[in-house]
Design a protein around this ligand. Sequence first.
Ligand code: UFG
Length: 328
Amino acid sequence: MKTILVAGGAGYIGSHMVALLAERGYRVVVADNLCTGHWQAVKGAALRVGDVRDAAFLDRVFGEFPIDGVINFAAFSLVGESVGDPLKYYGNNVGGAVSLLTAMKNHGVDKIVFSSTAATYGEPEKQPIEETDRTDPTNPYGASKLAIEGLLKWCDRAYGIRYAALRYFNAAGANTEADIGEDHHPETHLIPIVLQCALGKRDHVGIFGDDYPTADGTCVRDYIHVRDLVSAHLLALEYLDRGGESGPFNLGNGNGYSVREIVEAARRVTGQPIPAVVESRRAGDPSTLIASNAKAREVLGWVPERGLETIIADAWAWHRGHPDGYGG
Ligand code: UFG
């Protein structure tokens, strides 16, 4: 398996995937419409600018390269926005997946690694969350990803397209060697926001609620380094190539940190005060999301290597070096 199509490869996680594949000697083709991605983030790959919902565009890409497998990151991913505009999320996320799977079927490509999310679980019944736990998303973003997981299942049965649906917990960190990192507009994620405070670009971070049923009252999440995340995609691709069975896999470290613990850790790493102010809850936030990563460890042989300090230190190196993201 040599040539991999990375849809959405100019985005935050996709660009880290591209860097890893290139490092491992794969030939990489990126299809991205650059609506949220950055061409500067694509290192060591051929970039084809276009929308995955455009069948003619995909036909050209699949015709140009002998694609062996697909990794799909092309999606909108803002939970809050999805609640206000579900058609945008179903249209782009589900529509893009339908179009990509159609091109795969037409061009005889039979392996896909798909970026799914912990948001497919909704309000979890227990911690840590296992892949067999109930999926009941509480927002259209998570619902659009779960709908695609359903579609993948049927495409496996009908066309023999095998898949790994990787349910990410909270991706963070950066690849300091490849000089790529997180650059969202607007930024909504906790770690980049906290680091923007350390840089003096914001005067404080708002803590969204301190009355959750957790040890310090703030929400608990499972933060996973983006490089560990993409290494799981490569293992999943190799697993599918060996004939492995399709299914979902949680990708998290298996450790939970509260919002206050993140702010504290960022103060330690950066040496900056990072003022924090308690604000009201953000709609739709579950109190705790912690992954059981046992299945990914056992089936894929995945071992996440980077803990919270490394995640924050690498993100800090990226933000300090690129205070204005790829524009700076
Ligand atoms: N938070 C704050 N202040 C901020 C930003 C975030 O207190 O300024 C809190 C949130 O309320 C949450 C935690 O920090 O409790 C993490 O928030 P993020 O926005 O960084 O991440 P989420 O857990 O909301 O979202 C992530 C992914 C989504 C995915 C979701 C699954 O970014 O794509 O996990 O639940 F859908």
